[in-house]
Design a protein around this ligand. Sequence first.
Ligand code: FAD
Length: 472
Amino acid sequence: TTHLVWFRADLRVNDNLALAAACRDPDARVIGLFISTPQQWRDHSVAPRQAAFIWQNLQALQQALAKRGIPLFMREATDFTAAVGTLDAFCTEQQVTSLFYNYQYELNEARRDALAERQLEGRVACQGFDDSVMLPPGSVVTGNGEMYKVFTPYSRAFLRRLGEGLPPCVSAPKPRAGGALSEVAALPPFDYPSETPDAMLFPAGEEAALKRLRDFCQTAAGDYPEKRDFPAIRGTSLLSPYLAIGVLSPRQCLHRLLTEHPRAAEGGSGAVWLNELIWREFYRHLIVAWPHLCRHQPFIDWTARVAWQRNDAHFQAWCEGNTGYPIVDAAMRQMKVTGWMHNRLRMITASFLVKDLLVDWRRGERYFMSQLIDGDFAANNGGWQWAASTGTDAAPYFRIFNPTTQGQRFDADGDFIRRWVPELSHIPGKAVHEPHDWAKKQGAALRYPKPIVDHKQARVATLAAYEAARKE
Ligand code: FAD
């Protein structure tokens, strides 16, 4: 018997449900496969930085599997449909008897898996696992058996479920009887644009991810509530790139957190960080309950009627970090350079695009995906629909961030802005939030754009556009 593990967004050996199940039979030959799908990635706007991070982590995975006597193969297919054909051919070539894989919940991914199961039926036994979540979609529901639309009751129900028993972590498989592989073939590069991530910021591999998780839970999870909103300091875990491609599992996060903060699930120290992990689950569960979210549709129907403005110059200024609003520009440049952006800034920049520039949130969603090393459809879509007030449990449409006061509040001394916007690096302290006022007082010239819109006017126009859509 040959057991195949089809790796996708689960690039790890620890706590990998499909891998563990494939290895349970000590007599089976176990092999792994990863299929790159460059055209599909283009369609999904996968960031070159994330593609490079996937590739780096595949290398680490290949080594970790080799130590356990499991070879990892790599194939290329244009898109998901072609990937099923590639998988089928590979199963025949390797005489695969059973296929083990971890579910992906996005619509195209789920369809690909359904197609694969249909195509292999009768020849290869297929088994899928709910591996990228703490609790499977559909298992945290209201009394009527429906998915929650509001986060707070969902999170309460989620914690109750955890109270009934924690989802266990499974260990990395032991080496197969034949022992470690003596040789591993070099993995071919992807046929996809690549941008190497900063190795200090995001070192590849499971060990690096686990170390970061341990350090964070030991030294920072307790202070997270006080520090998480300030982009100038490192107050959050920076684990999202690992969670997005499954170098780390949320169950590992949960168990490590509870080891260091045993009362986190009961509202004690560590609870606020756990709550963020539950937001991640909420958005994953949502796309399973409402698959139309994967088809560029808003959750709240009437918001589809908002008359967006198609102003390419504004959109471009936002992408490049040249809006004339320092906190927005600093954030957009942080993402362009590192592939990561602080959560508070994702909320501010998304709100700015939608509510100050009145640009369709889907353009922003796509641009974020094309830049983020932690690009994750459910979280990104959820975040954008929250900011655009089109989502379930989103910010109400009339709540519009003021980008200047947001900057003053969350980057009070302006340290973050000065770090990312060199044109403003000489402006002292709080003055950096309104740099043109400062320059005028000093009689100095500034090589930094004037605000591309007036926030007050933009706010009025946006409210009118939303109200018109709502009444239509
Ligand atoms: P921490 O604060 O340490 O949180 C721990 C983990 O919880 C994160 O790694 C992440 O997996 C999860 N998490 C935290 N906040 C959220 C949230 N609001 N929603 C869902 N999961 C969360 N997150 C992504 O992983 N990928 C995305 O593509 C993405 N796009 C976003 C777009 C917008 C417009 C917004 C507002 C948020 C988005 N987020 C996304 C959520 C959040 O900003 C990031 O998860 C977080 O900034 C990652 O940093 P961290 O690992 O230090 O998070």
